[in-house]
Design a protein around this ligand. Structure first.
Ligand code: PBE
Length: 266
């Protein structure tokens, strides 16, 4: 059946994303853990991965991609995660907010807002679905903020309003982080801060907050996806804890494929 020749059907290729992503490292671990010796992890980008996925689904062809949640692709297509009995992907985790040392003293109001920022998977997906549908991230963020005044009020509660102080946010161009960074940027702006968003790679994102050239990021996937970066910089950053709980990473296939586990790729 399908299970026996799935590798041959997809040329023993797993469609990956940006080389620096934690998900790529986890997938390399998975290839070893499950002894998928003849398989290759294809480097590319998050956008290219989604394009490949769409192409395969349009033709109802098999495909194996690296995926994560929250992501709009789960509302756009019928997809499933492959079970990961060896736990190469580390299970469910959180996205943490991380700020530079000294931000609390230097810009207490912005610090408070960043500290109080937290939302749910459905919120983030709301923004992501609009962006994937063609809305600009800024517009999608604005729309979500207008529709969720109570949630936003909790984030800004007790925060000293800014007076044009500048705040540098760093992020990677993953759909999740485009959504969260645009939302928190807008909320900070609405409270008197002058926000710049810089798109960087994952290593420089952590390094920037650690060396103080950036003020904050809302994109640390922990405890597993970004553990390597976290450990490298943990002495020089301030971890404000989860802004979203219950993320997931793993190998994702269309529902119509007759496999259920990473083990079925062997
Ligand atoms: N991701 C999305 C990132 C974290 C956010 C899962 C692609 C990563 O793999 O590093």
């Amino acid at each position: 059946g399908d299970k026996d020749n799935i590798g041959a059907q997809v040329d023993y290729e797993i469609i990956g994303i940006e080389p620096g992503a934690g998900l790529m490292k986890q997938t390399k671990t998975a290839l070893e853990d499950y002894q998928l010796d003849n398989w290759q992890l294809v480097e590319g980008s998050s956008a290219a991965m989604v394009a490949e996925l769409k192409k395969a689904i349009d033709k109802k062809e098999p495909i194996v991609v690296t995926g994560w949640s929250p992501h709009w692709m789960f509302s756009a297509y019928d997809l499933k995660y492959l079970d990961d009995p060896k736990n190469s992907y580390g299970g469910a985790e959180n996205i943490n907010t991380v700020v530079r040392k000294g931000l609390e003293q230097d810009v207490p109001g912005a610090y408070t807002i960043l500290d109080q920022f937290n939302w749910k998977t459905a919120d983030m997906e709301d923004v992501m679905v609009n962006v994937s549908g063609g809305m600009s991230p800024a517009e999608a963020a604005d729309k979500w903020i207008k529709a969720h005044p109570d949630e936003v009020a909790e984030w800004v509660k007790g925060a000293k309003a800014g007076n044009g102080e500048s705040i540098q946010l760093v992020y990677v161009a993953w759909d999740t982080e485009i959504a969260s960074t645009n939302v928190i940027a807008k909320v900070l702006e609405q409270n008197g801060y002058d926000v710049t968003m810089s798109q960087v790679e994952v290593g420089p994102m952590f390094a920037g907050v650690a060396n103080g050239s950036a003020d904050a990021m809302v994109a640390a996937w922990l405890p597993s996806t970004h553990l390597e970066f976290y450990n490298k910089y943990k002495e020089d950053i301030v971890d404000l804890g989860p802004n979203l709980k219950g993320t997931k990473t793993g190998l994702v296939v269309p529902e119509y494929m007759d496999i259920d586990s990473v083990e079925d790729l062997k």
